[in-house]
Write a protein that binds this ligand. Structure first.
Ligand code: CA2
Length: 145
């Protein structure tokens, strides 16, 4: 069965523990479960990874080549800082859907710019954890079109 990598960046392991007004009450384990359910509905398997380290996220993207059909990626705050992650996304030649729980455009101006968006296949912001569902559905649509 084809698979999708769900990749989460720094501090997303804290999901559900604080700042629920911004990030909601669901934990990263809850997100993993909803991703598995959504992917199965589209006939895809899921690998689920999180790291607080930029290099580990780059390695995860590189390792996705030849293993996964696409990636749903929440790069966390590295979204706004990392040219290296943007280079990795464009280098792996896999469709990568960028997802943010919060609507970054309603927040501080430093969150308005993304290095990832210009190289992402699609961008979903502000839909909360449902954004992961939408990202998987979009990847499945693009991969089976
Ligand atoms: O909205 C998103 O998904 C973000 O990628 C989340 C990042 C933030 O830096 C981006 O600007 C937007 C932060 C993730 C931190 O997640 C936490 C969750 C709960 C408690 C503390 C941090």
């Amino acid at each position: 069965m084809a698979s999708i990598l769900i990749l989460n960046g720094p501090n997303l392991n804290l999901l559900g523990t604080r700042e629920p007004e911004i990030y909601g009450h669901e934990s990263l384990a809850d997100v993993e479960q909803l991703c598995r359910t959504e992917a199965a509905q589209h006939g895809f398997d899921v690998a689920f990874e999180q790291s607080n380290h930029e290099g580990a996220l780059i390695d995860a993207l590189h390792n996705a080549r030849g293993v996964h059909a696409g990636v749903v990626f929440n790069p966390g705050a590295y979204t706004h800082t990392s040219i290296a992650l943007a280079d990795a996304v464009s280098g792996i030649q896999l469709p990568v859907v960028e997802v943010h729980l919060s609507n970054v455009h309603q927040r501080e101006s430093f969150r308005h710019h993304s290095y990832i968006s210009p190289v992402a296949a699609a961008v979903i912001v502000g839909a909360g954890t449902n954004g992961y569902r939408l990202g998987i559905a979009q990847l499945a649509h693009a991969l089976t079109a």
